[in-house]
Design a protein around this ligand. Structure first.
Ligand SMILES: [Fe+2]
Length: 351
């Protein structure tokens, strides 16, 4: 770096020895630095606060406070400011303490002027390197925050799009997954689940019936009861949903495999659910909460094959099956959360 380009680099020199102060200031001005001075430690700290120099050069032994105290004060207020310490009677303890506190170097008087210039230039360059590194870190951190926000937004919009795709085939349940997701998150919040657990429930809710894409549309919109064979086809949709989304890296983004939650959303505590007839502890908590929300939302929505029911009927339906068809721990908060006034029957959410 040519010395002529140093005019914007401010250097503060602190020394109670007037001759030494003049000499150091003169040498550094001659090579292009913007140099100012202070005659003792306290006035040096005041000058530092006013001028914010790039480099502070301070003597150790001064009548008011020591250069070590000056160094400590500057590093406390401005950790990245470079401080070069020199002393005529410096002990090894002074040197070690100065370096421990973050001094960029230590010179012992009398020092060679070429060594002074070399050391000062090196401290200034060190400051530039640190600033460059901090700027790069700040830029990278900003980019990470922006890209993460963009990816998160893309992730949720993709999930919602997948959910809407499913519901296109079944207009009677349009909006069902979104409402189930909101209701399940409300229940989870009442249960005191963490933000990441609520996000898992939200995403699982938005996708829980995606497996209906594999169900013939005639069955989805059939305006009468399904026969046994038809219902068997419907019962396969949790497995289809799992197969569709199982390769999405949910564990990396949400910390848990959402496809498992989707797979289990029709399992029941007493083992009467499907597709695998799991019971109680075998079922994920998120799936238990989702099943309560799924049933409540389904009963509160109109279907061509059954009328909507009053909220009290739906709540009684869930109470009646408490500990069997739905998770007992998820029940109580649901009482407080449910906002609807109309419901439908049966507690199986698919028909
Ligand atoms: Fe379902």
């Amino acid at each position: 770096m040519p010395f002529e380009e140093n005019t914007t680099t401010k250097i503060l020199v602190i020394d109670d020895d007037p001759a030494m102060l003049r000499m150091v200031c003169s040498v550094l001005r001659n090579i292009g630095y913007d140099v100012f001075s202070a005659k003792n430690g306290n006035s040096g700290i005041e000058e530092f606060k006013k001028e914010s120099p790039t480099l502070v050069i301070t003597d150790v032994h001064m009548p008011d406070i020591s250069g070590i105290d000056v160094l400590r004060s500057i590093k406390k207020d401005s950790p990245t400011t470079q401080v070069l310490v020199f002393s005529g009677v410096g002990t090894m303890d002074d040197i070690i303490e100065a370096l421990r506190l973050g001094a960029c170097d230590f010179l012992t008087k009398p020092f060679n002027l070429k060594l002074l210039i070399h050391t000062v230039n090196r401290c200034v360059e060190r400051n530039e390197l640190i600033n460059d590194r901090m700027n790069r870190h700040a830029t990278l951190e900003r980019l990470v925050v922006e890209r993460t926000a963009a990816l998160t937004n893309t992730f949720y919009e993709t999930v919602k799009a997948l959910g809407r795709l499913t519901e296109l085939r079944d207009p009677y349940t349009a909006g069902h997954q979104n409402r189930v997701a909101l209701l399940a998150v409300g229940i989870g919040r009442e249960l005191g689940l963490s933000q990441s657990e609520l996000e898992i429930i939200h995403v699982a809710g938005l996708l829980h019936d995606i497996g209906k894409a594999a169900v013939p549309v005639e069955l989805l919109v059939k305006p009468s009861r399904l026969n046994e064979l038809e219902f068997e086809l419907i019962k396969y949709h949790p497995q289809s949903g799992y197969d569709i989304i199982k390769d999405i890296p949910f564990v990396e983004s949400l910390g848990k495999d959402v496809s498992i939650v989707v797979l289990q959303h029709h399992e029941r505590l007493n083992g009467t659910g499907y597709p695998n007839g799991l019971s109680d502890v075998e079922i994920e908590l998120e799936s238990k909460i989702l099943s309560v929300a799924d049933v409540m939302e389904a009963m509160s929505s109109h279907r061509p094959y059954r009328p909507a029911l009053n909220i009290d009927v739906a709540m009684n339906e869930i109470r009646k099956n408490r500990g069997g068809g739905i998770h007992r721990n998820a029940l109580m908060p649901a009482w407080n959360f449910l906002p609807g006034t109309i419901i439908t029957t049966p507690y199986c959410s698919n028909r």
